[in-house]
Ligand binder design. Sequence first.
Ligand SMILES: Nc1nc2c(ncn2[C@@H]2O[C@H](COP(=O)(O)OP(=O)(O)OP(=O)(O)O)[C@@H](O)[C@H]2O)c(=O)[nH]1
Ligand SMILES: [Mg+2]
Length: 330
Amino acid sequence: MPFRSGFVSILGRPNAGKSTLLNALVGEKLAIISPKPQTTRNRIQGVVHVPKRKGKDGGQIVLIDTPGVHKPDSSLGRKMMVEVREALEGCDLVLVLIDVTRKLDPRDQFALDLVRQSKAKAFLILNKIDLVREKSKLLPLIEEYRKLYNFAELVPISALKRKGLDELLGEVLSSLPAGPAYFPEDEITDQPARFMAAEIIREQVLLNTSEELPYATTVIVDSFEAGRRLTRIAATIYCEREGQKGILVGKGGRMLKKIGSGARVQIEGMLGTKVFLELYVKAEPGWRDSRRFVEELDWRRQLEHRMLEQYPEDAPAADGNRKPADRRNE
Ligand SMILES: Nc1nc2c(ncn2[C@@H]2O[C@H](COP(=O)(O)OP(=O)(O)OP(=O)(O)O)[C@@H](O)[C@H]2O)c(=O)[nH]1
Ligand SMILES: [Mg+2]
């Protein structure tokens, strides 16, 4: 039996349950979840190590959760769609996840166009089947999707109730090529703990606020000092207007306290240490439309900057024309 491995992107409209599926398959909370659309803003990698079982292949599935496919109207939205495209580049399989309680609409067409462009093999994953009593009611919807794309498999699941996930893993694994383990067994994500902490704080903002606020906020961890027993974290929640700042802080600081204590408990669970969390709120008008600000939110870029602060000799020349290949030869 070969060991199988490959990269599998999860694609679909906002709120379909992509992040819920990623977390359920990996068995850890790697992505934040909320009932509000456009929760995920960057691609999130999660590795599933599948042990070899009687008569069945073992392998490694590298899942990539993506932001919900939508027509962007801001720098943030455009960056989210770049993240989707990057996740599709060179992946072995795409899981097109749909919420079966919703009708097909132009956004699904848009998602399918992206799959067509990527030329990857695709499965249609029918999520939230726990909400449908009569499964036969799904047939017309399945037909509509089948007309739009030649899906290799069709798998009904409930990511929330963890139904159909073993079947899904089996189908995914057997469609992947024989290959090596790309990551060691104890590695389930490439996200730094610092960024996951920022996301956990943002999740508390999403869960505790409404209307425009969830979309107008972002979180940056300013400092992260990991100790054996205690981790000290300072983070800033950015919003767009002074009025929003008032809501985030709340009467007598109550809202900020609620967000902070909800996040602290979760970060403690993730890190296995006590956490001292300091939160600040700042208004940064129009940040969603600032390309520079949005780029700075990218943890891969933040990591690069911190590396360059530590090793300034690696910084590119001032003319900016040096390619990475030039550096490799030095
Ligand atoms: N009933 C039911 N709800 C689900 C299921 N899967 C996800 N949900 C709910 O759907 C909502 C959205 O879930 P997410 O996992 O955040 O969806 P997403 O596709 O990642 O959304 P974006 O990141 O905004 O694109 C949450 O309230 C989930 O609890 C499911 O199988 N059944
Ligand atoms: Mg998500």
